[in-house]
Each structure stands twice: as structure tokens, then as C-alpha cells.
Design a protein around this ligand. Structure first.
Ligand code: ADP
Ligand code: MG
Length: 367
């Protein structure tokens, strides 16, 4: 097989923020929005990459790929090819054309979608068979070691493993998964997404700083990871104590939400979503005014619960709302943003969609 089209979705995390790099649980869904990679094998040793969403065409010799050599958006693609080759997989030259509709840098994980679509494309077309968990790990390695962003494994796992109408409960320590039904429409509910458009401020440095805090706290408490603590209240210097309180309580909230969803008690997850936001605002300190205003506005307008999703410092807020209240909540957020002098947000509702797939083959049905 020489060419093909592969799609990988962006994601929304329902709950479990900043738990993945603490070996904890996360609960994302895949979005209908995808990054699409049209890929063709080449007979030479050149990786050629272009994107409809970004400037420039890159032509790179495979042998020259190394961390630090490639910068900008091309690094997400080249990093995947580099990571695969580092691990001994025979990936040769490729021409890759990227297109998609996952908003870039909005906290919906366009980066993992790009990595995941690339990983699926170049492995399938090279006859390299790796399971989805291995592809997620390769994609994460590309982002950690080639792009230089110390992210956890959640985004790539969501993009590669999620299923339609289900949330993905992922234990990031063991990579054990459970697909839990998450289908809101039959219950008269909707997941309203508010893309705050808030400009990211200091994201990379702050993210790494939170990771360092968690690592230091785990060291002081003599546990392998914060996931191993039973109590959110630990005797530590103030800042570290608050970081720990968020991570431990958030991990427990993920499990509580999963249990409610298993029991079909969807409305009851609302207060847990809002508690997650409060914790991210006060203890973990990763929100910005736009996120807090959006949460307060939808909750005041009748949402069952709301929280920021993604790493923070901008990006999106999700809220669980009665479908009859979508309009009122949307209007409330827009009014609150105008009042505060913020740029107009984008508001839309999301459904849990499927993970990465090949998109150019007509499925054959057997009767
Ligand atoms: P997020 O993953 O939340 O969207 P990131 O900052 O992690 O935000 O990743 C965004 C980056 O991913 C973009 O700045 C760009 O470099 C790269 N990217 C994502 N999608 C595309 C695309 N379709 N074309 C080119 N680059 C992309
Ligand atoms: Mg990203």
C-alpha cells in the first residue's frame, strides 16, 4: 500500500486535569473535529510535509532528524517519524499533506491529533503493526523529546483509543481502559463548549513548573507518584500542599464521575465538574479570568456544572446543560464576555466521537 488518508480527532477531557503526569486517571472524549493526513510513500529518504493550516513546506532528510533540528508545527510530524525510527521501525520517505478542523492551540489537542494521524499513516503504509497504545506512546515521545513539550499520555490516548458515544476512562499508570457510555442527547442533555479564545500566556513554562511541583511533592512524601496518596491533605509547604490537594482530589473525582456514568446518573456529575474547576483555579492555579468568567456565567444561567478543560491558561470551558438551556447559557457567556471586555467566544455543543481511523477505504460489510 503506497498511499492513504488517515484522520485523528481532537479531544475534550471531561475530568481529570493534570492527573496524567501523576500516574492518575483521566476521562476524555474524542471530538468530531479531526486532523487529516494524506500520506504517500516515497522512494527516497525525504520527509516532505505541508499543511493547509500553516505556512511553509518542509523537506527533511530522514537521517538528519534529531531533537532541536526542526522547529514550529513541522516538529509534531517529523517527531513522530523520528520516534518510530529511533525505536527501530523501518519508516522510509513520505509525502504528507495535513488538513483539519481542530482549532489550533485552543486546548482541544490539535497537536496530539496531528501526531496520532501521522503515526497511524506512516506505520500502516509501511506495514509496521503497532497497537494503539504503542502509537500513543510514540506520539507522546515525539511531543516530549522532539517538540520539547513535557505533556502526559492523555491527549494521544484519547485521539487513538476513544470510541463514539463513549468516554474513555484511562489509567495512565497501567494504560488500562474502560469505554463508558457517554451519550447525552437521549437524556435531554448537551455538552456545551466555550472556546474562550483567551491568548495562551506562559503556558509551557507554567506547565513544566506544575510538573516539577508534583514531582517534588511526591519525593518529599516518599511515594512513586501523587496518585499513590490516599488523602488530599498532606503536611507540606503551602504551594506544594495545594498542588497535591488538587491532584489527589481530582483523581478521586474522575473515579466518582466514572461510577455515576456507569449507573446512568449523568446529571449528578455536574457538581463534580464545578468542583474540579474550583480546585484548578484556587489550588492548582492554572485558570485565567476568561475561564473563570465562562464557568460562573454558565452556572448562573442554569448549567448543571462547568469546568475548564485542557492544561489551562486559556482554551475551553465545558459545561453540562439541559438541552433546553443551551441557548440561555450561550447568551449568558457572550454577555459576560462583552461586559468584561473579552473577545467574543465560540460556543458549540460536542458529542463523543470515534478515535483515529483510516478514512479512504470503504468498509466492507459481511452479512
Ligand atoms: P492544542 O494541542 O491544544 O491545539 P498545542 O499548542 O499543544 O495546542 O498544539 C498546537 C500546535 O500544533 C500548533 O501551533 C501547530 O504547531 C500544531 N498543529 C496542530 N494542528 C495543525 C495543523 N492542522 N497544521 C499544522 N500544524 C498544526
Ligand atoms: Mg497540545
Amino acid at each position: 500500500m503506497r498511499d492513504g488518508v488517515f484522520e485523528a480527532p481532537g479531544r475534550i477531557n471531561l475530568i481529570g486535569e493534570h492527573t496524567d503526569y501523576n500516574d492518575g486517571f483521566v476521562l476524555p472524549i474524542a471530538l468530531p473535529h479531526v486532523v487529516r493526513v494524506t500520506a504517500a510513500r516515497r522512494d527516497d529518504d525525504v520527509l516532505r510535509v505541508e499543511s493547509r493550516q500553516a505556512d511553509g513546506v518542509a523537506e527533511l532528510r530522514l537521517a538528519h532528524l534529531a531533537p532541536g533540528v526542526v522547529t514550529g508545527w513541522v516538529a509534531y510530524v517529523a517527531g513522530v517519524v523520528w520516534a518510530l525510527r529511533e525505536e527501530g521501525h523501518p519508516i522510509g520517505g513520505f509525502g504528507l499533506v495535513v488538513d483539519g478542523n481542530v482549532p489550533l492551540g485552543a486546548g482541544l489537542s490539535s497537536s496530539a491529533a496531528l501526531e496520532s494521524a501521522t503515526a497511524l499513516a506512516v506505520t500502516e503504509l509501511s506495514g509496521v503493526s503497532l497497537d494503539r497504545r504503542s502509537l500513543a506512546r510514540i506520539a507522546q515521545r515525539a511531543e516530549n523529546d522532539f517538540v520539547g513539550m513535557p505533556c502526559g499520555i492523555m491527549d494521544q490516548s484519547a485521539s487513538l483509543l476513544a470510541r463514539e458515544r463513549h468516554a474513555l476512562l484511562l489509567d495512565t499508570r497501567t494504560m488500562a481502559t474502560e469505554h463508558i457510555p457517554f451519550d447525552l442527547a437521549p437524556d435531554g442533555l448537551a455538552l456545551l463548549v466555550v472556546d474562550t479564545k483567551a491568548p495562551h500566556r506562559l503556558v509551557d513554562g507554567e506547565y513544566a513548573a506544575r510538573r516539577r511541583d508534583c514531582h517534588r511533592a511526591a519525593e518529599l512524601l516518599s511515594v512513586p507518584a501523587l496518585r499513590d496518596l490516599d488523602s488530599p491533605d498532606q503536611d507540606l509547604p503551602d504551594r506544594l500542599a495545594r498542588r497535591v490537594r488538587h491532584v489527589v482530589a481530582e483523581n478521586a473525582r474522575v473515579l466518582a464521575v466514572a461510577e455515576l456514568l456507569r449507573g446512568g446518573r449523568i446529571r449528578e456529575i455536574g457538581p463534580l465538574l464545578t468542583a474540579s474547576h474550583t480546585s484548578l483555579r484556587d489550588d492548582y492555579e492554572v485558570t485565567v479570568p476568561e475561564l473563570d468568567v465562562a464557568v460562573d456565567a454558565v452556572v448562573a444561567a442554569g448549567a448543571l456544572g462547568a469546568r475548564m478543560t485542557g492544561g489551562g491558561f486559556g482554551g475551553c470551558v465545558i459545561s453540562l446543560v439541559e438541552d433546553t438551556a443551551v441557548e440561555a447559557c450561550t447568551a449568558a457567556v457572550k454577555a459576560a464576555f462583552a461586559e468584561n471586555g473579552f473577545a467574543a467566544p465560540d460556543c458549540w455543543t460536542a458529542t463523543a466521537s470515534s478515535g483515529a481511523r483510516r478514512a479512504d477505504l470503504v468498509p466492507t460489510t459481511t452479512v
